[in-house]
Design a protein. Sequence first.
Length: 577
Amino acid sequence: MESSHGLLLVALTATFAIIHFVQAQEEGFISLDSGLSPIEQSPYTEPATGLQYSSDSNFIQTGKISRIQRSLEGRHLKPQTTVRYFPDGIRNFNAIYGNYDGLNIYPRFDLYIGPNFWVTIDTEKRVRREIFHIPRSNILDLCLVKTDGSTPFISAIEMRPVPNNTYITTSGSLKLFSRFYLSNSENVLRYEEDVYDRMWNYYNQSDWKQISTSLTENTGSNRFRLPQDALKTAVTPANTSAPLIIIDVPESANDKVYIDLHFAEVQVLQANETREFDISLNGVSINDSYRPLYLQSETIHNPSPVLCENQMCIVTLTKSSKSTHPPLLNAIEGFAVADFPKADTEDNDVVAINNIKAAYGLSRISWQGDPCVPRKFSWDGLNCSDTDPNLSSSGLTGTVDGGIQFLTHLEKLDLSNNSLTGIIPEFLANMKSLLIIKKNTTTHVEAVTPRANFTPRSISETSIKTKNRRFSHAEVMEMTNNFERALGEGGFGVVYHGYLNGSQEVAVKVLSESSSQGYKHFKAEVELLLRVHHINLVNLVGYCDERDHLALIYEYMSNGDLVEHIYYDISKLFLFH
């Protein structure tokens, strides 16, 4: 393989189900057999191609497995005989139907790459889809979306890296609609004949003449590296004075099209002989006076995409006045531009929420792939204006997972009605976008985190970023009447009753020198509670941060002990971009 692998070839061949990845002999090959039974060997080597396939079980969490009818298995490669199908949900992750369900109804469904619609799959008409696509991130999601009463399914997904300088477009990804080598042979070419595992079908016309060579073509200088059997044969018009005309038909009249023409001279021309011709697409010149090189592969294509009138792309090779031989052509590929304007959700956010999902062992049918796109198929319980996944009543246990801190735009923390325990993590104070934590009356997560031994810090050394609601030690003494009435004591220190401005009742929590709560964590709690507000969360009125004197001033809760009211359920989670 080439050293540069920027483009990604995605070939969907058998039954539709999910994304599959495996390492084959060629570096970077990913080949997954969807629906491979757990009792069958994985990975295995496919006899016809020599490619190594693995089960897709590590890449999909939903779906059921089945096989095509036994009477049809002999017609297909091994990966195409098993299927994974998705009867549940509308969003799931090539495609040979094979009447695997006994209903004899060909499914129809949509296929997305990340957030962008790629194609509608009609398994009665076509079973293979291929695209050259440059992923925008290290994560690539393929999504099968149910569009009617039929069930999406998949047999295999094959991903092949190709060099950056091959199928180049400035207009988007490239959807294959035709690939032929021009020959009267009846062999379909793919790996190992094709090092990139492209599939080449044969094509010939009665008004063409085939010419060939038994010698090996030089493909080293051509980045496309066509199979030798595709280059050793070529066609010319049977009438040597006539042009060579090929009509290629894209799937839609609105498709913007690239046509790739592959040439190699297969005949030895004498000194007084010439093969020279003009190349045009729909009457527009692509290359004039072109002369193919002997036993050397070259590729020519239109420099910018075109709309083909009446959905017919007419390639014309016309013999020039200098030429003694008619034009020739070895192989042709047709591509339609796939414009994918929608961006994926930011990688860091996707990784973070998937880590949280894994940490709590969550398994939901819709919680696969990109959380927010396609927008109409976003994860259940997720508000994707800022991405707000609702994990309320999800049966969560244990402590608050540290992955939350990587949701850098999180605004709403909603984990209510779960069984989370432990302390409120310090990292919540550093999440500046976090605005709301909700309270749960049954789950207790401590607002104060006992940590390292308390070391007093001078206000000149470090101070809390939030400057409003800050009181001096003298004001604290005044509001508590010199700490006259104690309400209770905890790991932080003693809590005193007091009055603010002589009328508003407050509870003042004073950090003692013996407290295990250090200044760093005192500061974190202040910054968090001054920013986060909720009707069920006791309000932090202010704080004192004056040299060795640290205190938190809360609103006074007359119906219960203060400690009970500074516990709040962090069981309600998120908002992130």
